[in-house]
Ligand binder design. Structure first.
Ligand code: AMP
Length: 386
């Protein structure tokens, strides 16, 4: 297949911060970018050549968008099969429809992982409150679980923690009376992720694994390298990532999120067939970042080096940071030589909304983590780091 060379136009489904950082990486390589989402004046729209504001099920608009670009990739996987098939009639979609169909639907994803022999949290696919009630006392749940909708879930949305004795009908209704996955609660030691990149010819590279800390179900801090994981666990994370990408035949970038149990056993939590928040530190800490790798892989170019140049930690900046008296103290933050600031151009800082992130670079991962946390505090409190 002929590579798509600089000068060509790349299309992106979704126009949030992932699309923005993809567009910036693609522009650096001389590509033109068009993004498509239902919104206008978006983070990606600000930095691309053309912003399409139309519904994901508006097939006429999708056809017109597809006709003007050389390849379509995505930052948002919850796009219907109809939409992807419409684009595919004229323009390749990478990663392709099969990957999206699996990764956008929790029960299909879990079942695919089980078929690949990859460990996950214990789970049952449930279609009514009655089925939840029947499953919950079973040996894999022992009366406790997390109910997650099969469709349209992210960042802890569409989830309810349950215990026997709870009003299961009310919980079921609150999640929209739809198919769900009931998952056993994992008493994990930590959470980690690996980000794989796979080219058109099957060439493969992996970033990570990285260590992730969540707050309120949203990623808070990522640390790399994940020193506290054993060599064996690290190797296994990369092997699992490769097995998943080969078996789904992914062309592009895919993130695998893991629970790490005590003793180092890995369970796959979920897949994201695109660059991931935990990979943002690759922009400042690695030779070729996850976004440039996405450009290279979907264009059929040689993949870049995944070498990490310096230990790093990333801290997300949610809208809450803007609650600081007088607003965020950008000047104090920007005075720190080892901290890099990334803002997504969003003008409404709501609590819990991802507005930007910062990456701290240091001699060791724990020093990077400490600096990232302090830097974020500086932003909130206007206090200087000595
Ligand atoms: P998810 O949206 O499924 O990735 O869940 C978001 C976060 O909720 C995860 O990163 C975990 O911190 C927590 N979580 C999700 N599922 C489980 C589980 N089965 N056991 C323990 N914690 C979980």
């Amino acid at each position: 297949m002929k590579p798509i060379l600089p000068g060509a136009t790349l299309g992106v489904l979704g126009s949030g911060q992932l699309g923005r950082m993809f567009a910036i990486a693609a522009r650096r390589l001389g590509y033109r970018i068009e993004v498509y989402s239902p919104d206008s004046q978006t983070p990606a729209g600000q930095v691309c050549d053309r912003e399409w504001a139309a519904a994901y099920d508006d097939l006429d608009q999708l056809r017109a968008f597809a006709a003007g670009v050389d390849v379509v990739t995505l930052e948002f996987e919850n796009v219907s099969a109809d939409a992807v098939n419409t684009i595919e009639r004229t323009t390749p979609v990478r990663p392709g429809p099969g990957v999206l169909e699996t990764a956008q639907h929790r029960s299909r994803e879990k079942s695919a992982l089980r078929r690949m022999g990859i460990p996950t949290a214990p789970f049952a696919i449930v279609r009514s409150a009655r089925e939840v009630e029947d499953a919950l006392p079973g040996p894999e749940f022992q009366g406790e679980g997390i109910l997650k909708t099969s469709a349209w879930g992210y960042d802890g949305k569409g989830q309810r923690r349950l215990a026997s004795g709870d009003d299961l009908s009310a919980a079921w209704q609150s999640l929209g009376d739809q198919e769900c996955v009931l998952e056993g609660i994992i008493d994990f030691e930590c959470e980690a992720s690996a980000i794989g990149v796979r080219g058109l010819d099957g060439e493969f590279r992996t970033f990570g694994p990285f260590l992730n800390e969540h707050r309120n179900h949203i990623l808070d801090v990522t640390i790399a390298p994940a020193e506290q994981l054993s060599d064996r666990t690290r190797r296994e994370a990369l092997d699992i990532t490769r097995t998943i990408m080969d078996s789904l035949n992914v062309v592009g970038v895919l993130c695998v999120e893991f629970f790490v149990e005590r003793g180092g056993r890995l369970l796959v939590n979920e897949l994201a067939p695109r660059p991931h928040n935990s990979g943002h530190l690759t922009i400042d800490a690695h030779r070729c970042c996850q976004f440039e790798q996405q450009v290279r892989s979907v264009c059929g170019l040689p993949l870049g080096s995944v070498e990490q140049l310096q230990p790093a930690a990333m801290a997300n900046l949610l809208g809450d940071v803007w609650d600081a008296p007088g607003g965020p103290d950008w000047q104090s933050l920007l005075a720190l030589p080892d901290v890099k600031l990334h803002l997504y151009g969003k003008d409404e800082p709501r609590a819990g909304r991802k507005m930007g992130h910062l990456t701290a670079l240091a001699e060791t991962p724990s020093a990077a983590e400490a600096l990232a946390r302090q830097a974020r505090e500086t932003l909130c409190a206007g206090r200087r780091i000595r």
